[in-house]
Structures are given as structure tokens and as C-alpha cells.
Design a protein around this ligand. Structure first.
Ligand code: NDP
Ligand code: MG
Ligand code: MG
Length: 332
């Protein structure tokens, strides 16, 4: 069985003597910085001067400073910038401050695993990755609970990297829920595969294909939208609470029988073969290289794909229908 670490297994003293700099006060930054501070650690933060998140940090009682100043002052430098700009900010503002014995921390492994950031050998490099969005990491902490998190050690220069990672994870509240050890390679590759094959790419194309099939057969787009996209939330909520059996327990027996007999005809061996191809492109760096190149060349493909999606009938249909749902208007 996989080993779980809880607060009772963790000595946080090791991190109490250090200053942690959280670089980037966004989704993860605002949550992890506040949680660490309330757990009794010394935390400083960085964001772009004058930006909304800079002002938010001020409002939360931090004195935000530049990435350069924060990384110079801190022993532990946690990079919570968007993954696509981490390399640039690291080279311009952080690298020169990564002196012997300091630690570099990430919440996602992309830049380390694909060698976009190559830290000096005499610093620790570890990961603390909550399995949830920043607002949940914060709200669970405030409620006295936590979000389960992964830790990983990439480089252990001081011999203390794992103790630091556990203390750090405990500080954000993860020790209340459970901490699991992984590697930068495993976290990065499974994250990319999951979002491409299942969570974002797979689900989206499944919805689009179902919608198109109904519309092509002459059914009204509005009805197809409800059936293929809108109701997805109900099903996903059931998965989230009770797994696959929980979902099948709650739907009708007709849906259960139809799903169990028709689903495998759709997602068959050819789909699994293509999933293996997508996984291989993640593992051998083909995808990373493509995405890095895309960012260096003005994001032309991404811009075009966004435009294509905005023009889909399912999107136009959905916009109209969502305007009829008062409970969806609040946070629009
Ligand atoms: P966000 O985009 O929410 O936040 C990044 C922050 O960095 C923004 O406030 C941005 O400022 C700020 N920033 C940009 N440039 C600089 C700079 N030069 N100096 C200082 N601050 C700067 O990112 P996330 O929190 O989503 O992601 C951070 C990391 O956490 C990533 O590695 C991601 O993969 C990982 N992660 C994210 C999860 C999530 O749920 N979001 C879950 C688990 C891991 P502004 O936008 O105001 O200009
Ligand atoms: Mg991801
Ligand atoms: Mg139905």
C-alpha cells in the first residue's frame, strides 16, 4: 500500500527557522502563502507591482516585493508563477540568488522535469503539490481541514530535502488530509496525460461528438446541449463522491445497462491505442517541445483553436441556454 504522511509523522521545526518566499500570489500562491503564515512560518511574497494580485497580497497583510528581492531574502523559494513564464522569471530574477543550501520549490514538475529550469547542484529541489485548486486549499485550511498533497524530491543537496518538503506540505494544511510521495517525472507525466486524454481533451471531444451526432440526426441543438454537456456536471459530481459504482448506483437501471453495454463499444482498443500514443509523446518530450515552441512563436495554434471553439454551434447554443439559468449568472 502507498505510504501516507500525516501531521503526527512530521516535525515542522526544520522549516520554522527558514524564510519562505512565495513567488506569484495567484491561485496557489495566495492560498499556500497564507496557510504557511498561519501555521507559524515566516513567509514573504512576490507579485507584479500594481497588479490585482499584488493588491490582494497587500490586503492580506503581506508586503509584496519583486521576485529578485524575495528570492534574495529567502532560504526557501517557492515558484508559483504560471508554468509558461517560470523559466524566464527564474533566469532573470531568481537564479542568481539560489546560493548553496537554499531550496527551490514547485507545485508542478513541468519546468524541472523537462529541463527548462536547471538549478545549481548545491540547492535542494522539491515539490509540494496540492490535489486541488488554490481556493479549496485556502477554504479547507480555514475550516480546520486540508487538501491531500503530493511531495517529491528532485535534488537533496542538504540531506534535509524530504524533511523540508514534509514540513512545507504540513504548513499548507496537507498533513490534516494526507501526503503522498511521488517523483517529478510521475507527477508531470500523469498530469499532462490526464488533462490531454481524459479531463480536458477527451471529455471535450466526447461532448462535441455526441452533440454533433444528435444535431446531424435532426434533433434540436438546445436539447442536444442539455443531454450531452449540461448534464455532465451531475454525472461528474456522482463520480467525485462515489466513484464509478456510486454513479451507476444513482442513475436509472436503463442508463446503467445502456452505459455499461454501449460505453465499451465507443471507448475500445483503438482509443486505448491512441491513448498510449499520447502518453508516449508526453514521456519522450515531444509534447513539451511542441508546447515550448508554441509559446516561443506567439501561440498561433492556441489562438486559432480558441477561435474555432468559440464558433461552434454547441457554444452558441450554450450561451443562450445558460442565460436562462439564474444560478449560473452570479459569478459570471
Ligand atoms: P496563477 O496564474 O493563478 O498565478 C500566478 C501569479 O504569478 C499571478 O498572480 C501573476 O500575476 C504572478 N506573476 C506573473 N509574473 C510575475 C513576476 N514576474 N513576479 C511575480 N509574480 C508574477 O498560477 P497558479 O497558481 O494556477 O499556478 C502556479 C503553479 O501552481 C503552477 O506551477 C501550476 O502548475 C501549479 N498548480 C496549480 C494548481 C491550480 O489549481 N491552479 C493546482 C496545482 C498546482 P498577475 O496575473 O497578477 O499578473
Ligand atoms: Mg496540468
Ligand atoms: Mg437522460
Amino acid at each position: 500500500a502507498i505510504k501516507m504522511y500525516y501531521d503526527k509523522d512530521i516535525d515542522t521545526q526544520i522549516l520554522k527557522q527558514k524564510t519562505v518566499a512565495v513567488i506569484g500570489y495567484g491561485s496557489q500562491g495566495h492560498a499556500q502563502a497564507q496557510n504557511l503564515r498561519e501555521s507559524g512560518f515566516k513567509v514573504i511574497v512576490s507579485d507584479v507591482e500594481g497588479s490585482d494580485n499584488y493588491k490582494l497580497a497587500l490586503k492580506h497583510g503581506f508586503k509584496p516585493r519583486s521576485a529578485e528581492k524575495a528570492s534574495a531574502e529567502a532560504d526557501i523559494v517557492q515558484i508559483l508563477l504560471p508554468d509558461e513564464i517560470q523559466k524566464k522569471v527564474y533566469h532573470e530574477s531568481i537564479e542568481k540568488n539560489m546560493t548553496a543550501g537554499k531550496a527551490l520549490v514547485f507545485s508542478h514538475g513541468f519546468n524541472i522535469h523537462f529541463n527548462q529550469i536547471v538549478p545549481p547542484e548545491n540547492v535542494d529541489v522539491y515539490m509540494v503539490a496540492p490535489k486541488g485548486p488554490g481556493h479549496l486549499v485556502r477554504s479547507q485550511f480555514e475550516a480546520g481541514a486540508g487538501v491531500p498533497s503530493l511531495i517529491a524530491i528532485y535534488q537533496d543537496a542538504t540531506g534535509q530535502a524530504k524533511s523540508l518538503a514534509l514540513a512545507h506540505a504540513s504548513g499548507i494544511g496537507a498533513g490534516r488530509a494526507g501526503i503522498i510521495e511521488t517523483t517529478f517525472k510521475e507527477e508531470t507525466e500523469t498530469d499532462l496525460f490526464g488533462e490531454q486524454a481524459v479531463l480536458c481533451g477527451g471529455v471535450t471531444e466526447l461532448i462535441k461528438s455526441g452533440f454533433q451526432t444528435l444535431v446531424d440526426a435532426g434533433y434540436q441543438p438546445e436539447i442536444a446541449y442539455f443531454e450531452c454537456l449540461h448534464e455532465m456536471k451531475l454525472i461528474v459530481d456522482l463520480f467525485y463522491r462515489g466513484g464509478i459504482s456510486g454513479m451507476y448506483y444513482s442513475v436509472s437501471d436503463t442508463a446503467e445497462y445502456g452505459g455499461m453495454t454501449r460505453g465499451p463499444r465507443l471507448i475500445d482498443a483503438t482509443v486505448q491505442h491512441k491513448m498510449k500514443e499520447i502518453l508516449r509523446e508526453v514521456q519522450d518530450g515531444t509534447f513539451a517541445e511542441e508546447w515550448i515552441h508554441e509559446n516561443q512563436t506567439g501561440r498561433k495554434v492556441l489562438t486559432e483553436k480558441r477561435r474555432e471553439h468559440a464558433e461552434l454551434l454547441i457554444e452558441k447554443t450554450g450561451k443562450k441556454l445558460r442565460n436562462m439559468m439564474a444560478w449560473l449568472q452570479k459569478d459570471a
